[in-house]
Design a protein around this ligand. Structure first.
Ligand SMILES: C[S@@+](CC[C@H](N)C(=O)[O-])C[C@H]1O[C@@H](n2cnc3c(N)ncnc32)[C@H](O)[C@@H]1O
Length: 201
C-alpha cells in the first residue's frame, strides 16, 4: 500500500535516515549470524537502507524493491555507485526472483504496509536460501493501541483491518519454516518489534 503524503514526507527526511542508521540497523546487525553475499531489501524506500547494508555487511550484490516508483527513482539517485546494487519497482507479495536467490532479506518497517502480509512472508521464505536470514524491524497492531501510536494512526494510512499482531507475525514465520527470535520496545511510547528469522533446511 502506498504511503500518504504525510508519511511520504516522514520517510524522506534526514531524521528517518538517522534513526535507521544509528538505531535500527545496528541492532539488526548484532542479531545477524551470517556474512551475506546476496541481499534483498523489501520496501527499500529512499535508499538509505542500501547504503547502510553496504556499510554493515559489504554484500557482493544487493536488490532493493519498492512498490512506489517515486521511491525507486529516489533510491537510485541517493545510493550512488554502490557496487552491484539495483533498485526495481515491485510488490513484496509477488516477487519475480527464483527460489533461493538471497542469503539475507532486510525489512525496515514495510510489512505493516502490506494487506496480504502472509503472502509477503511466504515470498521472503521462498526467495531465501536454506540457512538464510530474514532481519526485520516492523510495526504491528500493538503500535496503534498505545502512546503516540494512537494519534499517529489518524494521520498515516495503513491496512489496519488486515494487519498482524506481533505474535501472528512470528507464528506465520514459524509455520513457514523459520526459527525466529524477536524483541520489542516502546521508546517514547512507540511500540515496535524487531528480530531475526533463519530459514530451516
Ligand atoms: C514506512 S516506508 C519504509 C521505507 C524504508 N524501508 C525506510 O525504512 O525508510 C514503507 C515502504 O514500503 C513500500 N511498500 C509498501 N507496500 C509495498 C509492497 N507491497 N511491496 C514493496 N514495497 C512496498 C512503500 O512504498 C514505502 O517505501
Amino acid at each position: 500500500m502506498l504511503m500518504n503524503p504525510i508519511e511520504y514526507w516522514a520517510m524522506n527526511n534526514p531524521l528517518r535516515s538517522f534513526c535507521q542508521r544509528h538505531y535500527e540497523a545496528p541492532r539488526l546487525k548484532r542479531l545477524s549470524k551470517g556474512r551475506p553475499d546476496r541481499v534483498l531489501e523489501i520496501g527499500c524506500g529512499q535508499g538509505e537502507g542500501a547504503r547502510i547494508i553496504y556499510d554493515l555487511f559489504g554484500p557482493q550484490s544487493y536488490v532493493g524493491i519498492d512498490l512506489d516508483p517515486r521511491m525507486i527513482r529516489r533510491a537510485r539517485r541517493r545510493a550512488g555507485a554502490l557496487p552491484n546494487a539495483t533498485f526495481v519497482e515491485g510488490d513484496v507479495s509477488n516477487l519475480e526472483f527464483p527460489d533461493g536467490s538471497f542469503d539475507l532479506v532486510m525489512d525496515f518497517g514495510i510489512v505493516h504496509h502490506v494487506p496480504n502480509w502472509r503472502d509477503a512472508l511466504a515470498e521472503v521464505h521462498r526467495t531465501l536460501m536454506a540457512g538464510g536470514e530474514f532481519l526485520f524491524e516492523d510495526l504491528s497492531l500493538e503500535t496503534w493501541e498505545r502512546g503516540i501510536g494512537v494519534p499517529f494512526k489518524r494521520i498515516a494510512d495503513h491496512p489496519y483491518d488486515q494487519m498482524f499482531r506481533q505474535d501472528e507475525f512470528v507464528n506465520e514465520l514459524e509455520s513457514l519454516g523459520f526459527e525466529v527470535e524477536t524483541h520489542e520496545s516502546s521508546p517514547l511510547s512507540f511500540y515496535h518489534f524487531w528480530g531475526r528469522a533463519e530459514k530451516l533446511a
